[in-house]
Ligand binder design. Sequence first.
Ligand code: ATP
Length: 282
Amino acid sequence: MTTPLTTPQAGPASGPGREHGPAVRLEGVSKVYGQGKDGLLALDEVSLTVAPGEFVCLLGASGCGKSTLLSLVAGLDAPTAGRIEVETGRVAMMFQEPALFPWLTVSANVEMALRAKRDRGVKGTGGAEGAGTRSRAERRALAGEFLDIVHLGGFGGKRPHELSGGMRQRVALARALAQDADVLLMDEPFGALDAMTRDLLHDELERIWRERNLSVLFVTHNVREAVRLGDRVVLLSSRPGRVVESFPVELERPRRTDSAEVARQAAEITDRLREEVLRHGR
Ligand SMILES: Nc1ncnc2c1ncn2[C@@H]1O[C@H](COP(=O)(O)OP(=O)(O)OP(=O)(O)O)[C@@H](O)[C@H]1O
């Protein structure tokens, strides 16, 4: 669910001397589930940064701790060791399932994210600025602006079940944006969609990421998707997750998932991923 999230265990990394630091910084982060001999080491001293405005994709074998890492950055859980800093503390999360409230309209789903938020206007849309509690009419108007951003203007009155899977994920994206987040954490958000819809959403996400200068940490199993979207692809080892290698992706944007260049770099990363999985006998 895209609830407003902060990272209480770390707090904002901004402040004197930190203005140009990374948007997200993990230093020696470990996570153990359970205790004693039954404890399971999910992440082992992971250090990773996401620069402001950077799009980082996380890849790794099943169970290597990708979702764990996102939930730690989101502040949903605390690391066992290490330090996590989020520059602004404004983080939104998106999952494979859009997790919309089925009894609410599309607009009301987005308005939910606005209810608890201080009014900062809609970044980049010329929306109303100001501070304080918003009226219902203001929230509705703002929700409409966010729905316009994801190309769902005119669908605000529908219920989630009246939309396609891709449209529902757009609503989830609008709701995440409505949280006024600077950091978007995405856990296989397009994993359940068909290839064509996924392609369209890649284009949408890339446009919104650029327009709003978001910092994105995007988990996927799909190597081509990672190369299509990422400025950098970070490969995690099989459990316990450690950073194995970071691959900068310097291909010109916009990229196509089916292009030869994307395929070439994806093949290189896949070889490395395969080595890593085989090393662990999976
Ligand atoms: N709340 C929890 N309690 C106990 N163990 C957990 C919990 N959450 C995750 N784990 C375990 O931690 C390890 C990492 O899980 P996680 O879901 O983070 O991996 P993942 O890389 O996201 O997996 P996948 O790619 O299959 O989604 C797994 O072995 C998982 O069973």
